[in-house]
Design a binder for this molecule. Structure first.
Ligand SMILES: O=P(O)(O)OC[C@@H](O)[C@@H](O)c1c[nH]c2ccccc12
Length: 256
């Protein structure tokens, strides 16, 4: 499944590239005002930080919410106390787009993450050209040499890579990369199985000074408390926010 998602995302990027060549997107990316400092926004604090996700659907959960105006939802996230907004830009299974990212970027003053299946440089430039401050890199989807290259490019453009892992081996690869922001996804992107205890098993492997993010299946206050107790500096939340009351949910989560 992960391979298919990546292949689909790369195919869609190639289609866009025919309309908007690499050099044009690069020029646009370099013309943007500097990215916001995501590491500062997510720095460890006396409460857990929340990365709030704009998410319409997923292959494991199906349709979640219509979200006709992602910018309005993102503005609620910011008002509710989110530290970062994550925007799913994958179109096939998650029903997102780069237009969503651009609309959100205009509506909030906190950092914005491009959440997608990133496999080449063009997608990274697109992220910056659309105003992203952070870009997701999924360790399981990429060989280490490509991960190293994309991680470096994201940083050269002033953005922050969020390096997503789902095992001890993948955490080791993220640490090797010098990642400063490491996510542990409870969901296996190949089988969609959930393991909420994975974060607690690998958290100690992430060096001090690196920001630790627990991702997926945060559906209640007790899930947030569970991850906080295991050492999470931040949690990444989609479903609970798009299907519930985002302001009230954020108020409760950010009090942990
Ligand atoms: O809706 P949830 O269970 O709160 O999950 C959010 C987020 O962690 C999930 O959307 C996600 C984590 N890693 C990903 C990689 C690609 C697409 C989506 C994801």
């Amino acid at each position: 499944m992960l391979e298919q998602l990546l292949a689909g995302a790369l195919e869609d990027a190639n289609t866009r590239r025919r309309e908007r060549p690499y050099a044009d997107v690069e020029t646009e990316a370099l013309r943007r005002p500097a990215p916001l400092d995501a590491l500062a926004a997510l720095a460890p604090a006396d409460h857990v930080k929340v990365i709030a996700e704009v998410k319409r659907a997923s292959p494991s959960r199906g349709d979640l919410a219509e979200i006709a105006e992602p910018q309005a939802l993102a503005a609620q996230y910011e008002a509710g106390g989110a530290s970062v907004v994550s925007v799913l830009t994958e179109g096939r299974k998650f029903k997102g787009s780069l237009a969503d990212l651009e609309a959100v970027r205009k509506a909030v003053s906190i950092p914005v993450l491009r959440k997608d299946f990133i496999g080449d440089e063009y997608q990274v430039l697109e992220a910056r050209a659309s105003g992203a401050d952070l870009v997701l890199l999924i360790v399981a989807a990429l060989p280490q040499d490509r991960l190293v290259r994309l991680h470096a490019l994201i940083r050269e453009l002033g953005m922050t890579p969020l390096v997503e892992t789902h095992s001890e081996e993948e955490v080791a690869r993220a640490v090797d990369l010098g990642a400063q922001l490491v996510g542990v996804n409870a969901r296996d992107l190949s089988t969609f199985e959930l393991d909420r205890d994975l974060f607690g098993r690998v958290a100690d492997q992430i060096p001090a000074g690196v920001i630790r993010v627990a991702e997926s299946a945060v559906l209640s206050l007790s899930d947030v408390q569970h991850y906080r107790a295991a050492g999470a500096d931040a949690v990444l939340v989609g479903e609970a926010l798009v299907t519930g009351d985002p302001i009230a949910t954020l108020a409760s989560y950010t009090s942990v």
